[in-house]
Design a protein around this ligand. Sequence first.
Ligand code: FES
Ligand code: FE2
Length: 444
Amino acid sequence: MQSAPIAGDRCPGRPFSDSQSPVEGTLWRAASDRIIFTPQPARQVCSAGDLSERRFMQASEESKVLAKRALIHLKNKTTDQAAGTLELPASAYVDAVRYEREVDRVFRHLPLALAFSVELPAPKTYLAMSVVGVPVVMIRGEDGVARAFINVCRHRGAQLCKPGHGTAQRLVCPYHAWQYDLEGKLTGIFGEATFGDVDRHTHSLTELGCAERAGMIWVNLTPGERFDIDEWLGDFKEQLDKVELEKWHVYQQSEFPGAGWKTTWDGYQECYHHGVLHPQTVGAYTITNLIVHDTFGPHQRMVFARRSLGQLNDEPEAQWDADQHIRKVYLGFPNIAVSAVMGGYCLVNQVFPGDTLESTITRQTILVRDIPTTDGEKRHVDEFADIVLRAIRDEDTPINRGIVQGLMSGRSQGVVIGRNEPAVQHFHKSLERIMEKSTRPAGA
Ligand code: FES
Ligand SMILES: [Fe+2]
């Protein structure tokens, strides 16, 4: 997947200057490469105050329960576990035919959380990106509804919008200036009298199934396939709702290449390696090899313990601020990790298969609950962003590249996933179940 830096990218020049433009008025620039997207109240994505309050109370109570579970593990030097170990052959990661089938079935036919609601902060805003080779544009219409289209003109196929964010009154093709409204209808054909017969009604943009839930925009990349997002998320929606992503602000986004999809994604689903691989970065804050794990269909919640967890033993439970001592990570199948970190920061990683089975693109987003206003506040967020970027790009990625090289060598005996890595196991088992259920041939 690729998308441009989020600020200021726009559709290319065209005869109609009012059609598309970079996002304006919704950006807050904290530093040269720091961008803030702010939610706009007119869009009705914020919860009512009492709902928000209720969610907060529920989340606090839930955090206490999770902290108690973590404290038991801390005391006993244990962790949540799967029933047994899981052995996977190298082919589970690097068999080209299997890989193509999985990417097709999972990434082209399941709902993917492609964007945050706040990335389309107002009517007439859009975000274009390429996902597993499919050019997509998501647009918030004048009615406030987010829609998704194949980002391809119905004339001769030019891409309507360059990757990145922008605003548009209408979409105007940069090649021959065909025009579409924000609901994808073909509304203008340049030189129509000379072009010949074209039925505008049958030449709308190709629409994709799209739904907005839990502060994210979910898209199915196969035209004609609709989905029930509530069914797909199930009880996981309630979990994501507690994060209230629609109320956060995008502070920084970056994209970086990595090793193969499943190898890279495995690393997001355990903290067994934190103290070993990340002693100076994320491992400095979490207790290695302690996880509290729950599943919601194919989706999951992991809770890591912060090093301060034991302090709760010295406080009356009624006074616990449990969220200061644990870190919840929500894993949306197949590729998104939402980590609402204490201190008002949220880290979201989306891992997309790259052009080959040895490559991925990770889209990393740092969100802030409150826009930092002082240099000190900005420095704190920047330090947080730098730590997680270093951990993933500079520490995880080289390890993962080595793993993939070994798996591809033809000499690997595969991998064994421990009982103490229950989330990694659940991911692979969920994938297996989804693939078993699929009768669709690859590419169909
Ligand atoms: S390709 Fe879009 S107008 Fe020609
Ligand atoms: Fe890691």
